[in-house]
Design a protein around this ligand. Structure first.
Ligand code: G1P
Length: 300
């Protein structure tokens, strides 16, 4: 595929970050560093790499610092360059150069479906589809959005990303009811499935499968009308899962790409620490020493 598959990428970042209090009294959770880079910059890089031209950050009042991270920083860059710190200046510049950023405000925390609906004003219906990346989720290695775009090119409609996870963890997620389908030359593609239904945070015994929605969506613009027609669901919130389930019930094609790689959840301190350590271990400056220290610490 040579054409850019989607133009806009929506990043919902309006939450209060309650699990990271007290830090999130003043620092948005999306700006917490993974080693030295905020999670949202990693997600922006993923969107840009997959072809997105604009990043639509859905924020709430008081979270201006999230968009400010992507603003022009030429003064700081000039100071660093004057001190001979060119590598650092390049790191500082990266966020601004990655992708054009625009913010959309969600005034009330009414759920993920509502947050995504707030981006409607910034997306031209002629774009056909748009991506959503949940900044809490790091999907590794990046590249799943490219595969999802290929699936949309062949199948049309909406394409999501699934992880096969243990059933005891399933009720924290949107869960897919799936059937087999063809993709490319393969009659029964192992990693592409047709979605017959979707349910948000089911009890483990009721879950239709162990395929859970990871935070990557390639949504047809038809989803905006569906968001207008849903009512509050799990947790009393307007759920994107319910809008997708509505589209499925109306015959809209929905498929998943089953991602077999890794994943990190930056959304709570326990799993955030894991992501931080994982990235730090791979870092050329900090990795070797951290490895030695960790081994000694664990042997204590
Ligand atoms: C959201 C979605 C859920 C999805 C999950 C992935 O839930 O509603 O369908 O599986 O993200 O991380 P949340 O984590 O916001 O409760």
């Amino acid at each position: 595929m040579t054409a850019t598959p989607f133009r806009s990428a929506v990043v919902p970042a309006a939450g209060l970050g309650t699990r990271f209090l007290p830090t999130t009294k003043t620092v948005p959770k999306e700006l917490l560093p993974v080693v030295d880079t905020p999670g949202i910059e990693l997600v922006a890089a993923e969107a840009a790499q997959a072809g997105a031209e604009q990043l639509l950050i859905v924020t709430s009042p008081g979270k201006d610092a999230v968009a400010a991270h992507f603003a022009d920083s030429s003064e700081l860059e000039a100071t660093l360059a004057a001190r001979g710190k060119d590598a650092l200046a390049a790191k500082v510049r990266r966020a601004h150069e990655l992708i054009a950023v625009r913010t959309v405000t969600q005034d009330e925390p009414l759920g993920l479906g509502h947050a995504i609906g707030c981006a409607r004003e910034a997306i031209d219906p002629a774009e056909g589809c748009f991506a959503v990346l949940l900044p809490d989720d790091l999907v590794l290695p990046s590249g799943v959005l490219n595969t999802m775009s290929q699936v949309r090119a062949e199948k049309g409609g909406t394409v999501l990303c699934a992880f096969d996870i243990p059933r005891e963890e399933i009720s924290a997620y949107g869960v897919f009811d799936v059937g087999s389908t063809s993709f490319g030359d393969v009659a029964d593609a192992p990693d592409v499935k047709q979605v017959r239904g979707m349910v948000e945070k089911p009890a483990a015994a009721d879950a239709p499968s162990t395929f859970a929605a990871a935070g990557r969506y390639l949504l047809d613009v038809a989803v905006f009308d569906a968001i207008d027609r849903i009512t509050p669901g799990a947790g009393g919130e307007l759920q994107i899962t319910d809008a997708i389930a509505l589209l499925i019930s109306e015959g809209h094609p929905v498929h998943v790409v089953v991602h077999r790689g890794g994943r990190h959840d930056l959304g709570n301190p326990g799993s955030y620490v894991r992501a931080f350590v994982d990235f730090a271990l791979e870092h050329p400056d900090y990795g070797p020493e951290l490895r030695t220290w960790l081994a000694a610490r664990l042997a204590d």
